[in-house]
Design a protein around this ligand. Structure first.
Ligand code: PLP
Length: 389
């Protein structure tokens, strides 16, 4: 028997769809994750925007452990105290939206929103924007824009069109009587951390109201404080009919949701569901996350830190010809480069910073909302140094 413990081969049986980063992460603490050699990394990805309150937050760990010892499974035909409490909390955050379908991921939330729009309006058409990312199941993928995500899976669901953000004529022409849903990210995440102009969004909402089209906002990435408001649509003064949530809501525990107007949007009894959707464990996790965000005023902190981070990056990178633009809303920040972003992401990983791309030339930062200013400043300095500033 060997006394040396062999490490598992982490890629041997993996599907391999994700493009492996060459690290095996085994533990987290606050804004940091640790690999299997004990090396520490500042996680400016929040693991794709989910670790909103940081890693291994004690409040989340305690809530999940306590609920695991009480009741884990309870499907939606039975009421549950945790689910009801979460729905009540969401109702205060998303007022006047007053009904919540709970599921397990962002894609499922978008898929449900597409079905709700069909059932409510009797129209199958969906209009989304060029650059949009709404998920990877066949319905959600049909609303997603990039060929890289779509092309291998044709034919997709018919009736979906994409219009260029800001092109009002194209929007006006696309929102026909066959369309039941306009779906939009207020800041496009995968599309390059691109905020969509508030005036254009308000115009889209007005046209939707006039034409009986549901105005749906995909807040899967932008929601739950990420952009410095609870929801990004609040920056633009919108009043959506549907809001899709996931990622940061569970702080890493899988949960998704669609918030909607009970009086205006319907699907019908028994027509949609999810075995795990709204399970007590996920709801307890989400309640803990929302309570930490409230208690630590993390939404306000995301707004302040995000603004400061953009200013700091602008200062450090002034005149750098590898940087075309720096964009951000709260702690959702993108650096548009004149070069590919992957080599920069690799170099930053070598230095102990995990970052994301958003398309080939954008470096995307989605740190936990709990990340301290000192940690963000280190990140900004490392980025500037790696870009030669
Ligand atoms: N919508 C948006 C805006 C997203 O950013 C994502 C994921 O990145 C999704 C939907 C899909 O969410 P999930 O990966 O949880 O299915």
């Amino acid at each position: 028997m060997s006394l040396t413990q062999t490490k598992p081969d982490v890629t041997r049986y993996d599907a391999g769809f994700a493009g492996h980063r060459g690290l095996t992460l085994v533990r987290g603490e606050g804004a940091f994750v640790f690999d299997d050699t004990g090396r520490r990394y500042l996680d400016a990805t929040a693991m794709y925007g989910v670790a909103s309150i940081g890693h291994a937050h004690p409040a989340l760990a305690v809530a999940v452990a306590a609920q695991a010892g009480r009741l884990v499974a309870c499907f939606a035909s039975y009421g549950n105290d945790q689910r009801a409490a979460l729905q009540e909390r969401l109702a205060t955050l998303l007022e006047p939206l007053d009904r919540f379908f709970l599921c397990n991921s962002g894609t499922e939330a978008v898929e449900a929103a597409i079905k709700m729009a069909r059932a409510t309006t009797g129209r199958a058409g969906v209009v989304a924007l060029s650059g949009a990312f709404h998920g990877r199941s066949l319905g959600a993928l049909s609303a997603t824009f990039r060929g890289k995500h779509r092309d291998a899976f044709a034919p997709l669901v018919p009736g979906f069109t994409h219009v260029r953000p800001g092109d009002r004529e194209a929007l006006n022409a696309a929102l026909t009587e066959d369309v039941g849903l306009f779906l939009v990210e207020v800041v496009q995440g995968e599309g390059g951390v691109k905020p969509i102009a508030a005036a254009y969004l308000r115009e889209a909402q007005r046209l939707c109201q006039e034409r009986g089209i549901l105005f749906g906002v995909d807040e899967v990435q932008t929601g739950i404080g990420r952009t410095g408001r609870w929801f990004a649509y609040q920056h633009a003064g919108l009043a959506p009919d549907l809001v899709c949530l996931a990622k940061g809501l569970g702080g890493g525990f899988p949960i998704g949701a669609v918030a909607f107007h009970g009086a205006r949007v319907s699907l019908g009894d028994g027509t949609h569901g999810s075995t795990f959707g709204g399970n007590p464990l996920a709801c307890a996790a989400a309640l803990a996350v929302l309570s930490v965000i409230d208690g630590q005023r993390l939404v306000e902190r995301a707004a302040a830190h995000g603004e400061r981070l953009v200013v700091q990056l602008e200062e450090l990178l002034a005149g750098n010809d590898k940087v075309r633009a720096i964009r951000g809303l709260g702690l959702m920040v993108g650096l548009e480069l004149t070069v590919a972003s992957m080599p920069l992401q690799r170099a930053l990983q070598e230095r102990g910073f995990l970052t994301l791309g958003a398309g080939p030339r954008v470096l995307r930062l989605l740190p936990p909302l709990t990340t301290s200013w000192a940690e963000l400043e280190c990140l900004a300095v490392a980025i500037a140094e790696e870009l030669g500033s």
